[in-house]
Design a protein around this ligand. Structure first.
Ligand code: SAM
Length: 358
C-alpha cells in the first residue's frame, strides 16, 4: 500500500516536472536569440566601458536604442541571471551590473565566447538543423550542411570570407578556454619537444597560447590556405597553408585539436596516418585534444557530458561525417592508423588529452 502511494507520488511529481519542463523546449531557441541580441547590441561591452553598473537610461543612451524594448530584453537577461539587477535606492534608480556570465558576452577578451555564440546562431549554421530528422531517416542524399548550402563547411568557408572570419574567431574562443586547461593539467606533455605542428590550427590561437606557455617550443600553424591567410604573424610560429589529407609538415610532435571530430572514421584514419608520417618514429607523438564520450557517465561530470553530447549533434548538423567518439572508438581509429599505444588524460574541460605514439 505504502509502495503504491510512493509510486503514485513519484508519478505526480514527474507529471508536475514535465508540465513546466516542456516549456524549455517550446521556447528553447529564445535563450539563444536573446543572448545573440545582447552581443549584437553590445550590452556587456557598454557596461564594461562605463566601468560601473548602468541605469536603463544610461544604457539606452550608450546603445542608442529605445529604453522600452531594452527594458524587456534586460528583464529576461536578468531573469536568466546573465546580468544582475541592483534595486533602486533612495539615491537613485535600479542599475544593471555584469556577472561572470555576461562578461563572456564581451566582444573581445580572454573569456569572450561572443564569436562562438554568433557563429552557432548565424543563419548559415542554424539552417542545417532543420534537416536533422531527414538526415537520420535517410531522406536526403547529402549531409545536411551540404544539402542546404550546396557544399561542405570547409568549401563554404573558402568561398565566403565573412563566414570564414567568424568561424575562425569562434574557434579562437574555444582555444582560449581549452588550451589553458590543457597546459594547466598536462604541461609535462610538451616537455622535451622542440617543434610542434598544429594540424587544422585555424587562426593560430592554439599555437600562440602554446608557445607562450612553453618558451622552448617552435611552432607551425598548419591549416587550409584561406584559413592561415587570416593568422597573425607571431615570433616562433610559422604559418603554413596546405591540405592535411596530402601531407603534414614535419615536427617532433603534432597537436590536433577539434579537427578529428569533424570527420568519419575512414578520413580520421587517413589524417592520423599523415600525422604519424610527420613525426619521428622513435620519439614522436600526436597530441589529440578532443572530447571522449562517456556513455555510462562514469566520471559523473554530467554538465560536461551534456556539452559533449550537444557537440556530437553539432557534428551531425554541420559536418559530413563527423562525430564525437567513445574510448573504444578512439582506440579503433588510432589502432587502424598504426599507432602502437595511446593514453587518454581527462582534464577539467570538455576535451581530454589523448597522446598517441608510433
Ligand atoms: C573545428 S576547426 C578547429 C580549429 C582549431 N584547431 C581549434 O580547435 O580551435 C577545424 C579546422 O580544420 C581545418 N581543416 C579542414 N579541412 C582541412 C584540411 N583538408 N587540411 C587542413 N586543415 C583543414 C579547418 O579549416 C579548421 O580550421
Amino acid at each position: 500500500m505504502e509502495d503504491k502511494q510512493r509510486e503514485l507520488g513519484g508519478k505526480e511529481k514527474e507529471e508536475e516536472h514535465a508540465k513546466v519542463e516542456i516549456w524549455k523546449y517550446v521556447f528553447g531557441f529564445v535563450k539563444v536569440a536573446v543572448v545573440k541580441c545582447a552581443i549584437e547590441l553590445g550590452i556587456a561591452d557598454a557596461i564594461e566601458s562605463h566601468g560601473s553598473p548602468m541605469t536603463l537610461l544610461e544604457l539606452s543612451s550608450a546603445l542608442r536604442c529605445d529604453p522600452s524594448p531594452l527594458h524587456r530584453i534586460m528583464r529576461v537577461l536578468v531573469h536568466l541571471k546573465i546580468f544582475k539587477e541592483k534595486p533602486a535606492t533612495q539615491l537613485g534608480p535600479k542599475v544593471y551590473a555584469q556577472t561572470p556570465l555576461s562578461k563572456r558576452l564581451l566582444k573581445s577578451g580572454q573569456n569572450s565566447m561572443a564569436a562562438l555564440i554568433l557563429l552557432e546562431s548565424s543563419p548559415v549554421m542554424l539552417a542545417p538543423w532543420h534537416g536533422l530528422s531527414a538526415r537520420i531517416q535517410g531522406n536526403i542524399r547529402n549531409p545536411v550542411f551540404e544539402e542546404v548550402h550546396g557544399e561542405d563547411l570547409w568549401s563554404f568557408g573558402a568561398a565566403n570570407p565573412d563566414h570564414n572570419k567568424l568561424f575562425n574567431e569562434a574557434m579562437a574562443c574555444d582555444a582560449r578556454v581549452n588550451v589553458p586547461a590543457v597546459i594547466e593539467s598536462c604541461l609535462e606533455v610538451f616537455k622535451g619537444i622542440e617543434t610542434v605542428v598544429d594540424v587544422g590550427g585555424g587562426d593560430g590561437s592554439t599555437m600562440r597560447l602554446l608557445v607562450e606557455a612553453c618558451p622552448w617550443i617552435q611552432g607551425i600553424n598548419f591549416d587550409l590556405p584561406h584559413v592561415v591567410s587570416l593568422a597573425q604573424e607571431c615570433d616562433r610560429i610559422e604559418n603554413v597553408g596546405g591540405d592535411m589529407f596530402d601531407c603534414v609538415p614535419k615536427a617532433d610532435a603534432v597537436i590536433i585539436k577539434g579537427v578529428l571530430h569533424d570527420w568519419g572514421d575512414d578520413e580520421c584514419i587517413r589524417i592520423l596516418k599523415k600525422c604519424r608520417e610527420a613525426i619521428p618514429e622513435d620519439k614522436g607523438k600526436v597530441i589529440i585534444i578532443e572530447a571522449v564520450i562517456d556513455e555510462k557517465d562514469e566520471k559523473g561530470d554530467i554538465k560536461l557530458t551534456n556539452v559533449r553530447l550537444m557537440l556530437d549533434m553539432v557534428m551531425m548538423a554541420h559536418t559530413n561525417t563527423g562525430k564525437e567518439r567513445t574510448l573504444k572508438e578512439w582506440g579503433y581509429v588510432l589502432g587502424e592508423a598504426g599507432f602502437s599505444r595511446h593514453t587518454i588524460t581527462p582534464i577539467d574541460a570538455v576535451p581530454s588529452v589523448i597522446q598517441a605514439f608510433p
